[in-house]
Design a protein around this ligand. Structure first.
Ligand code: NAG
Length: 210
């Protein structure tokens, strides 16, 4: 009896560790928000529950001691203070893990926990005409040569969202994700953008495989 409980005590922490590890190994969907006024508010974007990260785009002024400034073209104008409505959205959506608090440090040191790579509008590095070779070779180069915590596969969320490089959801889930998820640096899939994701329903069709 005593032997038994000792073994159980040893096993329990091990199980907890495995559970934590597997939840970290799973990827998440990252979404770009900020450039289209018809994509809903930041709070609505977070409330979909589909996105593990929201990238607020774009930070058009940073570095060289400048005060960082965001261009949220579709939503507000930072120049006249119109973006306070967006900061309100950030406050009411605490479930979103926003990238902002460590920004200054990251920009100063050049060290990033997450690297978001655009695998579209770039023919030598993308999926095209049913061929995954260039995309997978490019992914392997990124994950073996960049010193980052996690790397995200950046894709257009709809055919019209980019000039080239759109991957149909069934191709992504059956031929690409099973391969790239083997990398310990796999962080998930990044989509351009919330507007296009709404139009095409891309994230709901891949989320269970990401
Ligand atoms: C896929 O693309 C690669 C690289 O361009 C090429 O070498 C290969 O022959 C292509 N595969 C098919 C089936 O077309």
């Amino acid at each position: 009896m005593a032997k038994y409980s000792k073994a159980t005590l040893l096993l329990l922490p091990l199980l907890v560790l495995l559970l934590i590890k597997s939840s970290h190994a799973a990827g998440g969907i990252s979404i770009y928000w900020g450039q289209n006024g018809n994509e809903g508010t930041l709070a609505q974007t977070c409330a979909t529950g589909r996105y593990a990260y929201v990238n607020i785009a774009f930070l058009n002024k940073f570095g060289n001691g400048q005060t960082p400034e965001m261009n949220l073209a579709g939503h507000c104008n930072p120049a006249n203070g119109g973006c306070t409505i967006v900061s309100g959205g950030i406050k009411t959506a605490p479930q979103c893990p926003f990238p902002d608090s460590n920004l200054g440090t990251a920009l100063n040191t050049g060290l990033f926990d997450y690297v978001w790579v655009q695998f579209y509008n770039n023919r030598p590095c993308q999926y095209s005409s049913g061929n995954t070779t260039n995309l997978l070779n490019s992914w392997n180069r990124w994950t073996t040569s960049i010193d980052a915590g996690k790397i995200f596969l950046g894709l257009p969320a709809a055919p019209s969202a980019a000039g080239s490089g759109y991957i149909p959801p069934d191709v992504l889930t059956s031929q690409i994700l099973p391969v790239i998820k083997k990398s310990p640096k796999y962080g998930g899939v990044m989509l351009w953008s919330k507007f296009w994701d709404d139009q095409n329903g891309y994230s709901p069709s891949i989320i269970s495989s990401v």
